[in-house]
Design a protein around this ligand. Structure first.
Ligand code: HEC
Length: 158
């Protein structure tokens, strides 16, 4: 392997490990089981459906169009962990960099998602996560098929 790439990978892996076990890591994070039915009611009362479309609750579109429409749930090859969902809800700007559409962020580059941290109880958050998570359906993963091929032996020059 190319030395530069090797060094890069090693640093990246160290970074990932540090992420999980450092003081700001997610190690030891565990939520009690939530109630998806109550979560659905919270979803409506917090008006999450003004910006999100999920299969169990249609998005609110008063005039037929909504400024923001982010689908939640549906088919996926990997169900989001509750760590990811909690982070999306209580720290919406955390992962925003991976989205390039400018309409999703404020001029300061922050998420347009409402921050509920001062109005939502922990129980409501747990139930919401259970509800959103229950609407993901695991789609079978289709691996790419590569034809088998043989590389002809190259004569050694020594
Ligand atoms: C004012 C609009 C708005 C409201 C209201 C809103 N969101 Fe969001 N939400 C967004 C936007 C925009 C994103 C995607 C970009 C980002 O990360 O900010 C997002 C992202 C998410 C994600 C991550 C989705 C993914 O695929 O990564 C989850 C989960 C989520 N929201 C849940 C909720 C829940 C639960 C509520 C209600 C308690 C809610 N949102 C209310 C705008 C909103």
């Amino acid at each position: 392997m190319n030395k530069v790439i090797g060094l890069f990978l090693a640093t990246a892996m160290l970074g990932l490990a540090a992420c999980d076990t450092g003081p700001k890591g997610s190690l030891g994070f565990s939520l009690p089981d939530g109630n998806a039915e109550k979560g659905k009611a919270n979803y409506v009362s917090f008006q999450c459906h003004s910006c999100h479309d999920i299969n169990q609750v249609a998005q609110l579109k008063e005039d037929g169009s909504a400024a923001v429409s982010i689908p939640l749930g549906g088919e996926t090859t990997r169900i989001k962990s509750y760590g990811e969902l909690v982070t999306s809800i209580i720290n919406p700007s955390h992962k925003i960099v991976r989205r390039k559409s400018p309409g999703m962020t404020t001029e300061l580059g922050e998420s347009r998602m409402v921050v509920y941290n001062d109005v939502m109880t922990v129980t409501q958050l747990i139930d919401l996560v259970a509800f959103v998570q229950s609407s993901y359906v695991l789609a079978p993963y289709n691996p790419s098929h590569y034809p088998v091929y043989w590389v002809p032996e190259t004569p050694k020059d020594n």
